[in-house]
Ligand binder design. Structure first.
Ligand code: KG4
Ligand code: ZN
Length: 360
C-alpha cells in the first residue's frame, strides 16, 4: 500500500511517500525557520501562510522524487493533531481535497505518535519482535516532552509529561536569553561541545534522584521553568557572562535538562521492566542527550533505539508510515475528522505493536 503522508502542524511543510509503513520512497521537507527566526519563535498565522504557499510544490516534489503520479497513491495520511490550528488547517484542507479528487481513503494522524514511529520506520523487525516489549519512548520535541510506556498489546500510556515547557521549548528560550539565534536547540548543542557542563550548577528540576520525585504523582513528569529562571538570574546578575562564558553557560544548561530527561526515562525503564528505550522528537537530535541515554541503556542492559536525525525533527515519513499500520488493521476512513490543537491524554491502541492485532 502506497501512502502519501502530509505534515503541517508547526513550521515544516512536509510530504513523503511510504510503501507498507517502512519503505521510504520519498521525503520532502520545506522549513520555514528563516521566516520565524526574526520573531524568536513560530508565529501561527505566518506558518499557515507559508504552508499555503509551499504545500503544492512539496507534494509535487515528493511524487516526482518517488517517480510516481498521484493516481499511484492508495491512501493519504495527514497530521490532524496536535499542533498549531492555522497550520494544521492548511495541511488538512489540502489533504482532504486531494483524497476526494482521487477518491482514495484519508486518515488523520497523531503527530506525537508519529514522532515515536520515527524510531521504527527503518526497524520493522524490532516492532515485530514482542521480546522488545514493553518499551519506553522518551518523546522530546519543541511541543512535547513525555515518557510513554508501550506494551506488546499496544495499550500505550503516557507515564508523565512536562508540567510547563517542553524540553525543546526550554532550550529555545534559554538560547534567546543568551542572545543566540532561533531555534536555539541545535545552537546550544554545537556551542556546548566547547563548554564545561559542570561550570554552572543549574538545578535538576523536580527530582533529587531518579525515582525520588518530590511528589510520587509526578514521578515521570518534567518541569523546566526552574532551570530557565536560574539561567535568567545567572545572566542578569553577571551580564559579562555573555559573551565571555557562553559555551560554559550553554553546556551547563543543556546538561541540567539532559540529566533530568535521562534520569526520568531510565527510572521509567527500570520500574516497568522495559526491554527497549526509544528516543524521538526534535531534541533527540541532540548529541549529548544521545550519548548519555545510550550510556545509561548500556549500564542497565536495555536496547537503545534513537530515531535517526532525519526522522527526529518534523517530517511526513513518520506520518505516512504510521498510517499504514492503522489502514492495514482496517481503520475506518471517514474524511469528516477534525483537527485538535492539544494532545489527547488517551493514545488509543497503537497499531504497530506486535500483539495489537489480536485485540481487533
Ligand atoms: O520535533 P520538532 O521538529 O518539532 C516539534 O514537534 O516541536 O522539534 C523541534 C525542537 C526545537 O525546539 C529545536 O530547538 C529542537 O527540536 N532541536 C534540538 C536539536 N535539534 C532540534 N534541540 C537540541 N539539540 C539539537 N541538536
Ligand atoms: Zn514535532
Amino acid at each position: 500500500m502506497i501512502v502519501l503522508g502530509i505534515e503541517s502542524s508547526c513550521d515544516e511543510t512536509a510530504a513523503a511517500i511510504v510503501r507498507d509503513g517502512h519503505e521510504l520512497l520519498s521525503s520532502v521537507i520545506s522549513s520555514q525557520i528563516s521566516k520565524h527566526a526574526q520573531f524568536g519563535g513560530v508565529v501561527p498565522e505566518l506558518a499557515a501562510r507559508e504552508h499555503l504557499k509551499n504545500i503544492t510544490p512539496v507534494v509535487t516534489s515528493a511524487l516526482a522524487e518517488a517517480g510516481m503520479d498521484k493516481r499511484d497513491l492508495d491512501a493519504i495520511a495527514v497530521t490532524s493533531r496536535p499542533g498549531l490550528v492555522p497550520a494544521l488547517l492548511v495541511g488538512n484542507a489540502y489533504a482532504k481535497g486531494l483524497a476526494a479528487a482521487l477518491n482514495i481513503p484519508i486518515v488523520g494522524m497523531n503527530h506525537f505518535l508519529g514522532h515515536i514511529y520515527g524510531a521504527f520506520i527503518e526497524h520493522k523487525e524490532i516492532l515485530e519482535d514482542s521480546g522488545n516489549f514493553p518499551l519506553v519512548a522518551l518523546v522530546v520535541s519543541g511541543g512535547h516532552t513525555a515518557i510513554v510506556l508501550i506494551p506488546a498489546d499496544g495499550k500505550a500510556v503516557i507515564l508523565g509529561s512536562t508540567l510547563d515547557d517542553a524540553a525543546g521549548e526550554a532550550l529555545d528560550k534559554a538560547a534567546k536569553l543568551m542572545g543566540l539565534p532561533y531555534p536555539g536547540g541545535p545552537v546550544i548543542d554545537r556551542l556546548s561541545k566547547e563548554g564545561n557542563p559542570k561550570a554552572f550548577d543549574f538545578p535538576r528540576s523536580l527530582t533529587g534522584r531518579a525515582g525520588k520525585a518530590v511528589n510520587p504523582e509526578h514521578r515521570y513528569d518534567f518541569s523546566f521553568s526552574g532551570v530557565k529562571t536560574s539561567l535568567l538570574y545567572t545572566v542578569t546578575k553577571e551580564p559579562s557572562l555573555i559573551p565571555d562564558r557562553l559555551p560554559d553557560l550553554a553546556a551547563s544548561f543543556q546538561e541540567a535538562v539532559i540529566d533530568v530527561l535521562t534520569m526520568k526515562a531510565m527510572d521509567a525503564v527500570r520500574h516497568s521492566d522495559a526491554k527497549l528505550l526509544c528516543l524521538c522528537g526534535g531534541v533527540a537530535c541532540n548529541s549529548r542527550l544521545r550519548t548519555k541515554v545510550e550510556a545509561a541503556c548500556l549500564k542497565y542492559h536495555v536496547t537503545f533505539l534513537p530515531a535517526p536525525p532525519k526522522f527526529c525533527t518534523d517530517n511526513a515519513a513518520m506520518i505516512g508510515g504510521l498510517a499504514w499500520h492503522y489502514l492495514r488493521r482496517g481503520q475506518p476512513c471517514d474524511a469528516n475528522f477534525g483537527i485538535n490543537a492539544r494532545l489527547e491524554p488517551q493514545l488509543g491502541l497503537l497499531p504497530f505493536a506486535p500483539l495489537a492485532g489480536l485485540l481487533t
